[in-house]
Design a protein around this ligand. Structure first.
Ligand SMILES: Nc1nc2c(ncn2[C@@H]2O[C@H](COP(=O)(O)OP(=O)(O)OP(=O)(O)O)[C@@H](O)[C@H]2O)c(=O)[nH]1
Ligand SMILES: [Mg+2]
Length: 316
């Protein structure tokens, strides 16, 4: 039986860091045998949240991938609360799911528009995380899985990239920002070994491109410069393939599981505890009847985090 998986990622970050280009890069990279229709060249400045969806097949598994491109932030003199639109969007998707879930007659397959991962674009300053990034990331990590990347990494030398990566890792640790894959959710030794290697490399240094060029008779996705082509899918040039493989291959199901069992669960518990009575609508339920003694859980622990895989086919 083939399994269909739907996954949604969003890409927040400062304006001009290559977020929209990365949407095209992900969809044009070689997991797609042919470029999906509707992908044209470089995009103009993104002004509103915008989603692009394509279906691909990997080893008999159908993947429906949605990328939600977001407008850049940080352009204003006052960037106070610049995270509100993206956090609002993520919570809105949890709320939609919750409203479906609490209906007395629930759909067998609740439409899932929840964001499973945010790829956060860090500007390639070479110094360390800016206070704005720290504030944004701190909030984001409590709500959703976050994979930070060093954007436009072609502007840094290999040594600069490594130093910058170490500084960012140090900043994340100092400010208790728990990016994906979270150490506390490693379930066994194998998980820990694999994820430790990934944690060493995060944030990935990525380069985006939506044009193909001929290099030694091969057609490659890359950025053409006067001194050669920066190849997006060449590990000697950047770490785009590590990001893509994490999102599409190795950790796709895990991102969904953590979203459902940790982030959504936190939202659900807080929301139901806060209001007791959700807004009236079709299938309205008075949640105030919940016994007052029922424990307030802070979120599921590592044990039992994963959803039980039951070979059911997700519809989309
Ligand atoms: N050098 C370099 N330039 C890039 C890279 N990715 C994108 N660009 C270029 O940077 C410019 C801005 O790219 P966009 O993808 O529109 O940036 P954005 O983050 O979506 O910008 P907003 O929509 O304003 O938030 C374009 O000219 C891209 O070609 C990269 O990895 N390296
Ligand atoms: Mg854009």
């Amino acid at each position: 039986m083939s399994t269909n998986i739907a996954c949604i990622w969003s890409l927040p970050g400062q304006s001009g860091l290559g977020k929209s280009t990365m949407v095209n890069t992900l969809f044009k990279s070689k997991v797609w045998k042919t470029t999906p229709p509707g992908l044209v060249g470089p995009m103009p400045k993104t002004l509103q949240l915008h989603s692009v969806t394509h279906v691909i097949e990997e080893n008999g598994v159908k993947l429906k991938l949605t990328l939600t491109d977001t407008p850049g932030f940080g352009d204003q003199i006052n960037n106070d609360k610049c995270w509100d639109p993206i956090l609002g969007y993520i919570n809105e998707q949890y709320e939609r799911y919750l409203q479906e879930e609490i209906l007395i007659t629930r759909k067998r397959h609740i439409p899932d528009t929840r964001v499973h991962c945010c790829v956060y674009f860090v500007p390639p300053t070479g110094h360390c995380l800016r206070p704005l990034d720290i504030e944004f990331l701190r909030r984001l990590c409590q709500t959703v899985n976050v994979v930070p990347v060093i954007a436009r990494a072609d502007s840094l030398t290999i040594e600069e990239r490594e130093t910058f990566r170490r500084r960012i890792q140090h900043n994340l640790k100092t400010h208790c920002i728990d990016v994906y894959p979270q150490q506390s959710f490693d379930e066994d030794v194998n998980d820990r070994i694999l994820n430790s290697k990934i944690r060493e490399r995060i944030p990935f240094a990525v380069v985006g491109a939506d044009r193909e060029h001929l290099v030694n008779g091969r057609c490659v996705l890359g950025r053409k410069t006067k001194w050669g082509v920066i190849e997006v899918e060449n590990m000697a040039h950047c770490e785009f393939t590590l990001l893509r493989d994490l999102l599409i291959r190795s950790h796709l199901q895990d991102l969904k599981d953590i979203t459902h069992n940790v982030h959504y669960e936190n939202y659900r518990v807080c929301r139901l505890n806060d209001s007791h009575v959700l807004p009236r609508g079709p299938g309205w339920v008075n949640l105030a009847r919940t016994p007052p003694s029922s424990p307030v859980i802070a979120g599921p622990s590592k044990v039992g985090r994963r959803r039980i895989h039951d070979n059911t086919t997700e519809e989309y």
